[in-house]
Design a protein. Structure first.
Length: 201
């Protein structure tokens, strides 16, 4: 899934109303243009299908990474605008969540990598995965540290996708949050409803 930024809610409702009215109008014209109504229904089904898959994927990745669905969408939006992908962001967050657990469980090398990025173990215990990611971004933005050193340490935290993440990380925490604030977010309620529907099929 290359682009997880799919608009639903108001846009989807508007699309539904538009396609429904179009279908009603075409039906009134008779069977000679019935194919057009069918095309409209197919188009709306594609919109709903894409939104359904997006919401379902967001929910799954959020559960796997320990990050909230809202934070995931905002980070993913910022990643997209930094020429990265949802897949790379998801993979990085999964690895970060795993490494956070390892550091807190006594993995000294991993804990030392976080400490060298300015996140001592005492602070690490209090951070959510999304907050740890933003702290890494601030470290990456620090121009006083050689790029090779920053990249090597970040790789220990978020894995090999760090190369693709660099343009995003170089925005720093404030830059990422500013871009992410503009994301159109699928609500937790909608994501939960999609998961319930998916589980019932």
């Amino acid at each position: 899934m290359a682009d997880i930024s799919i608009k639903i809610g108001g846009d989807a409702t508007g699309a539904f109303d538009a396609f429904r009215k179009l279908g009603q109008t075409i039906d009134s014209w008779g069977h000679s243009v019935q194919f057009a109504a069918q095309a409209a229904n197919r188009a709306f089904s594609m919109v709903v299908g894409d939104a359904f898959r997006a919401a379902n994927e967001i929910g799954k990745v959020a559960n796997q990474t320990g990050i909230s669905t809202e934070a995931l969408q905002r980070l993913s939006h910022a990643a997209k605008l930094s020429d990265s992908s949802f897949e790379a962001m998801s993979a990085s967050l999964r690895i970060l969540n795993r490494n956070l657990g390892s550091a807190l469980s006594g993995a000294e090398e991993t804990a030392h990598a976080f400490e060298r990025m300015g996140i001592p173990l005492a602070e690490l215990r209090k951070l959510k995965p999304e907050d740890a990611f933003l702290r890494i971004a601030d470290f990456m933005k620090n121009s006083t540290i050689p790029q090779s050193e920053k990249t090597a340490l970040a790789m220990q935290a978020i894995g090999r996708n760090v190369a693709e993440m660099v343009p995003l990380l170089m925005r720093g925490a404030d830059g990422i949050k500013a871009v992410g604030a503009k994301a159109q977010v699928i609500s937790q309620e909608t994501i939960d409803a999609v998961k319930a529907a998916d589980d019932s099929w």
